[in-house]
Ligand binder design. Structure first.
Ligand code: PLP
Length: 393
């Protein structure tokens, strides 16, 4: 069977490849520590689970409107008003099957064949693939490590062509954990307004912010920027609800309507029960969100200090999300490997620690470690990496 051209160039996720190899070793009896996780290690808060059970018992097990339950849209609107002082109408919101699906649907409705989307590197692995699946062309702009992996307005301007349709801003970022400041966003926003480029602002890690850093949405900065931006967000990371698959998009009515029409022919609607759970997540107590944030921050502060003591490891300290993204080019060289990919493979085989190579995120000198796992496990993993390096020197 010949598959469609559309999927011929689809690159399988590097995160999944390393996870598969780690699983293989585990099955063979090795004590492998996996630091590839892209999801919080906490359970979904109990009151959210209870709300889902209640919804089922009350018979809310049927189709819902394609764009999401009106009551959930109301909660999302309240959240935007409270957290970002942004006012949206229900017609400017669509609830999707996770933020990933919101992004997928968005690219399907805004891109024609050959339209370009500017993707700052390092990027979340799904952006380029989703753009390509919609017929678009990813245009990469390098967020330099010396600039905390963030792109500048000059770089953005230089990447714009006649075909540029959108730019993706992911702050806090997966994989770097970096956050754009208000001033930086304003400057990037001006370029987007000047060239009429849609801003896709992926704010899924909004609630996971540490130290003095502050999350600001680019849409908050002016009415013009709000009109130019589609915000993508969801409950996966904030409320530890990855498996429930609830995310959303907010912005221009026409775009949201097109996305809703497309959803009506693809998913019909996000799972009804999960939507009721999401209503409880947003309308109920927010303490669990803050408790999880604090746990991540504690881990970050402890593990960061230990990580940068490993020979050859340098790391810009993340300000958000739950990943560390050290540069290990020098460590790989010191240990006798030509590439970071080779170094990562050896770490897995010999030290039994699974990291994700940065090549999959468009940053081949780096590796991603997730700290969405217990402190004990993290400390053990870092110790193993340190031992591995010391044995090689
Ligand atoms: N955006 C970024 C940057 C992510 O890291 C993820 C998940 O890993 C998502 C979006 C998708 O989240 P979900 O589809 O679970 O809502």
């Amino acid at each position: 069977m010949k598959l469609a051209k559309r999927v011929a160039s689809l690159t399988p996720s590097t995160t999944l490849a390393i996870t598969a190899k780690a699983k293989e070793l585990k099955a063979a009896g090795y004590d492998v520590i996996g630091l590839g996780a892209g999801e919080p290690d906490f359970n979904t808060p109990q009151h959210i689970i209870d709300a889902a059970v209640k919804a089922m018992n009350e018979g809310h097990t049927k189709y819902t409107p394609s764009g999401g339950l009106p009551a959930l849209k109301t909660e999302i609107i309240k959240k935007f008003a409270k957290d970002q002082q942004l006012q949206y109408e229900p017609s400017e919101i669509i609830v999707c099957v996770g933020a990933k699906h919101a992004l997928y649907t968005l690219f399907q409705v805004i891109l024609d064949e050959g339209d370009e989307v500017i993707i700052p590197t390092p990027y979340w692995v799904s952006y380029p693939e989703q753009v390509k699946l919609a017929g678009g062309v990813p245009v990469y702009v390098e967020g330099l490590e010396k600039n905390e992996f963030k792109i500048t307005p000059e770089q953005l301007k230089a990447a714009i062509t006649e075909r540029t349709k959108a730019v993706i801003i992911n702050s806090p970022s997966n994989p770097t954990g970096m956050i754009y400041t208000e001033e930086e966003l304003k400057a990037l926003g001006e370029v987007c307004l000047e060239h009429d480029i849609l801003i896709v602002s992926d704010e899924i890690y909004e609630k996971l912010v540490y130290g003095n850093a502050k999350h600001v949405s680019i849409a908050q900065l002016s009415p013009e920027l709000k009109a130019q931006t589609i915000i993508i967000n969801g409950l996966s990371k904030s409320h530890s609800m990855t498996g429930w698959r609830i995310g959303y998009a907010a912005g221009n009515k026409e775009i949201i309507k097109a996305m809703t029409d497309l959803a009506s022919h693809s998913t019909s609607n996000p799972t009804s029960i999960a939507q009721y759970a999401a209503i409880a997540a947003y309308s109920g107590p927010q303490e669990p969100v803050e408790e999880m944030r604090q746990a991540f921050e504690e881990r970050l502060n402890i593990i960061y200090e230990k990580l940068v003591q490993i020979p050859g490891f340098t790391c810009v300290k993340p300000q958000g999300a739950f990943y560390l993204f050290p540069n290990v080019r020098e460590a790989a060289r010191m240990a006798g490997y030509d590439t970071v990919d080779g170094f990562v493979a050896a770490l897995l085989e010999e030290a039994n620690v699974a990291l994700v190579p940065g090549s999959g995120f468009g940053a081949p000198d780096n590796v991603r470690l997730s700290y969405a796992t217990s402190l004990d496990v993290l400390e053990k993993a870092v110790e193993r990496i340190k031992q591995f390096m010391e044995n090689k020197l």
